[in-house]
Design a protein around this ligand. Structure first.
Ligand code: PLP
Length: 397
């Protein structure tokens, strides 16, 4: 009996089930906020990256509608054909003004997603170096950075997570003409921050670029929400900064901020920038409203409230047998261990009306499956109390 390609596929899917690695989608039937209806059931959610609660902010929603009436539903073409609008220009200029204290001669380039922005920046760097380049990547970097480096087919050294001594050793023994250290600013599945002050000093000593993916810091960290650059008060022409706009900014998209010469190089050579349709200008228009909130007192108030919630949760007891990560950010994971255990814990929480997604390998290392709890400024202290009470009845089983 011969096997068809579909038989083979079925056996691969069965293997995913056997390992407890099947990923499933749930359908949300309400506005993006903590109190949701999911597949017909009310849930209190602790798994969104809408850290400031701006996805449902009336001014942002109104700006999206206004953007659609000003610019229509779509952009119609790539940025270098006819898809680049005045709204994209304004968004890039506003972002540049937020980041100018940290990045000399800064210019910003917007992308439709963070995944694309990372592919775009990494491919432009490899192209610039004409093959003579080594990337140094943190062991816990996000998939989009890993994939972006792989696609360049360049040399890559993986250093131990946030380990300055290991990074220093690897940089010292590398002979490449171009070196690029690549790191998450806030690690997406652990919630800790990279030691960026020390890393930047090391990069300056070795003439290396430092590429920081601040998907989870932009909007949340720093007095005006300028992310890890502001939080650590970094300033250097060797920094390249990536931020996303679908998390704390509550809309969609991403951007690269760097020296104007580097951004011009990306416009000329970054294939993931050149060969794709520009995001809808209405999104850029909505983002202008969201960024104004982030920079203003409203953003400060939301960040302060979020900080209080982080404090409330991170000082609450952890169920027996589970481990809390050392995180001071809105990402507060509880590591449980095996896939089966974490799936059981997530299902138990859902039966109590609380939605926390089970995160498993390869998103996190094998046997460190976890509940990735994320907090938002749109949670109340009462919501966090409910979570803590629900967790207090959990334990390893
Ligand atoms: C660290 C990090 N970088 C990049 C991305 C990709 O961003 P986007 O969702 O805008 O594609 C994510 C998304 O979760 C992320 O966590």
């Amino acid at each position: 009996m011969s096997f068809t390609p579909l038989d083979t596929l079925k056996s691969h899917l069965n293997a995913i089930d056997t390992q407890g690695l099947r990923r499933v989608r749930r359908s949300v039937e309400s506005v993006c906020q903590p109190h949701l209806v999911v597949d017909g059931k009310p849930m209190l959610a602790f798994n969104s990256n809408d850290y400031l609660g701006l996805a449902s902010h009336p001014l942002v929603v109104e700006a999206l509608k206004e953007g659609a009436s000003l610019y229509g539903a779509g952009s119609g073409a790539s940025h270098l054909i006819s898809g680049h609008s005045q709204a994209h220009d304004r968004l890039e200029e506003l972002l540049a003004s937020m980041l100018s204290p940290y990045l000399p001669s800064v210019r910003v380039l917007s992308f439709s997603t963070g995944y694309m922005a990372n592919l775009g920046v990494l491919s432009a760097m490899a192209d610039m170096a004409k093959g003579d380049i080594t990337f140094f990547s943190d062991a816990l970097n996000h998939a989009s950075l890993i994939d972006g480096i792989r696609l360049t087919r360049s040399a890559c050294q993986i250093y131990a997570h946030a380990d300055i001594a290991d990074l220093s050793l690897k940089l010292s023994s590398c002979q490449s003409g171009n070196k690029v250290v690549v790191t998450d600013g806030v690690f997406s599945m652990d919630g800790d921050t990279a030691p960026l002050k020390e890393m930047l000093a090391l990069c300056e000593q070795h003439g290396a670029w430092l590429l920081v993916d601040d998907a989870h810091g932009f909007g949340v960290l720093g007095d005006t929400g300028a992310g890890v650059l502001q939080h650590f008060n970094l300033h250097s022409g060797q920094l390249i900064y990536m931020g996303t706009l679908g998390k704390a900014a509550g809309v969609s998209g991403a951007f690269i901020a760097a020296h104007e010469h580097f951004i011009e190089w990306m416009v000329q050579r970054s294939r993931p920038y050149i060969y794709t349709t520009a995001s809808a200008p209405a999104l850029a228009h909505a983002l202008l409203s969201s960024l104004r909130l982030i920079r203003a007192d409203e953003g400060r108030r939301r960040r302060a409230h979020l900080q209080n919630l982080i404090q409330q949760l991170s000082t609450a007891p952890v169920p027996a047998g589970w481990t809390r990560m050392h995180s001071t950010t809105a990402i507060q994971p509880l590591v449980i261990g095996s896939n089966a255990q974490v799936l059981r814990a997530s299902a138990d929480m859902q039966s109590k009306g609380i939605w926390i997604t089970a995160i498993r390998a390869p998103t996190v290392p094998v046997n460190t499956a976890r509940l990735r709890i994320t907090l938002s400024a749109s949670h109340t202290s009462h919501d966090v109390d409910r979570l803590v009470r629900a967790l207090s009845f959990e334990s390893i089983s």
